[in-house]
Design a protein around this ligand. Structure first.
Ligand code: FES
Length: 136
């Protein structure tokens, strides 16, 4: 059971409605993927932005990675980390389950993608590390 207030997070939909992952979703009219988190059973899902931090291309699922069709940056599907350019990462947020629904735990209640397109170097450490935050 998660003690996060659902009101402060974004409702992504009923867990039962997602049959396959990564599952494409929109938050604030921006594309994301919900992925299964193989690293933690306490945090079974993550939300990863589909917007490439390089120049705003929309990444797609290709095999076991996300690939940006603009300049072919590739990203790990679990962490969002770029696998061919050091230090880059898709924006991401933890997801928690409450009462059978998935909620994205955005910092300050805002989409983690906001303000990051094309300016990945300016992202705050909090945004970069959003996926790896541990819950208490
Ligand atoms: S915009 Fe994605 S690799 Fe350039």
């Amino acid at each position: 059971m998660n003690d996060k207030p659902a009101e402060a997070a974004r409702d992504l939909g009923a867990e039962a409605d997602f049959e396959a992952f990564p599952a494409p979703v929109e938050v604030d009219n921006e594309p994301y993927f919900i992925v299964k988190n193989a690293e933690s059973s306490a945090e079974p899902y993550r939300l990863i932005s589909a917007i490439c931090p390089h120049a705003g291309g929309e990444v797609r699922v290709y095999g076991t990675e996300f690939v940006c069709p603009m300049h072919f940056w590739t990203f790990d599907m679990q962490s969002g980390e770029c696998t061919n350019v050091d230090g880059e990462k898709l924006a991401c947020a933890p997801v928690f389950v409450r009462d059978g629904r998935l909620y994205a735990d955005f910092p300050d209640g805002k989409s983690v993608k906001s303000g990051t397109i094309g300016r990945s170097a300016e992202r705050s450490n909090a945004e970069k590390g959003a996926c790896s935050r541990s819950r208490s």
